[in-house]
Design a protein around this ligand. Structure first.
Ligand code: KIV
Length: 267
């Protein structure tokens, strides 16, 4: 039986230059499979808007949806650290952030994830002061898809890469416990990871981040659309066993077999 993962576990792994894995889950059954496979972090992602609800984006997801699915995941979890997404427009001010983060923590989350740059820092500080750890999601932030004009790689120009680095350092300074980088060049993933002391999880951010996350349904090949470049289908070699696919993902992350160069982006 593996030990309960906490933020300290992730800090220790970062210090030892060992990677950790993270998968999304939205219910008790998959939460159980993922945590018993030894995956350190479960993300109750607002990707549930697309994966479970069939929406075009994460924008329609409500705090009530997130509370419900966080409760389900907490019921099935054994030893993973549970992170829950704060959905669109639930963290506009520090007061609103605190009130909605409290709902997720009461539902079983152990840290909350918010998307955004330096404008978030007063809310990060407020959460930290009140004992709620947070993860800041940078790079491609899906709740801003309409501002970006689509799901596009971020941080490609030297100026944009510099801004991402500034935002990462400022989030750490404000009290963030973790960062998540989505769809940025592998070189940016490496630079940001080396520049901060807190754990950095990547998705489409290259092989050098401290942790790797995928959306569960993507890595099980359960998506109707063409998967993104950074996705690997772990069911392909799992003889139809979901448990084996999850175990292969965890093992490939730990041994640096995933992600490969083909899953990353250049500047
Ligand atoms: O909601 C989610 O699943 C996420 C991942 C894309 C990291 O934020």
């Amino acid at each position: 039986m593996s030990k309960k993962s906490t933020l300290n576990t992730l800090l220790e792994l970062k210090a030892q230059k060992e990677t950790f894995s993270c998968l999304t889950a939205y219910d008790a059954c998959f939460s159980h499979f993922i945590s018993t496979a030894g995956v350190e972090v479960i993300l109750v992602g607002d990707s549930l808007g697309m994966v479970l609800q069939g929406r075009d984006s994460t924008i329609p997801v409500s705090i009530e949806d997130m509370v419900y699915h966080t409760q389900c995941v907490a019921q099935g979890n054994d030893n993973s650290l549970i992170m829950a997404d704060m959905p669109f427009m639930t963290y506009g001010t520090p007061e609103q952030t605190l009130s909605n983060a409290a709902k997720l923590m009461r539902a079983g989350a152990e840290l909350v994830k918010l998307e955004g740059g330096e404008w978030l820092n007063p809310s990060i500080k407020q959460l930290n002061d009140c004992g709620i750890p947070s993860c800041v999601h940078l790079g491609l932030t899906p709740q801003s898809v309409h501002k970006f004009g689509g799901y596009k790689v971020q941080g490609r120009s030297p100026e944009a890469a510099e801004q991402l680095l500034r935002e990462a350092k400022a989030a750490q300074q404000a009290g963030a416990a973790m960062l998540l980088l989505e769809c940025v060049p592998s070189s940016v993933g490496k630079t940001v990871t080396q520049a901060v002391d807190i754990p950095v999880i990547g998705i489409g951010a290259g092989p050098d981040t401290d942790g790797q996350v995928l959306v569960l349904h993507d890595m099980l090949g359960l998506t109707p659309h063409k998967p993104a470049k950074f996705v690997k289908n772990f069911m392909a070699d799992a003889n139809g066993s979901i448990q084996d696919a999850i175990a292969a993902f965890h093992s490939d992350v730990k041994t640096h077999r995933f992600p490969g160069d083909e899953h990353g982006f250049s500047a």
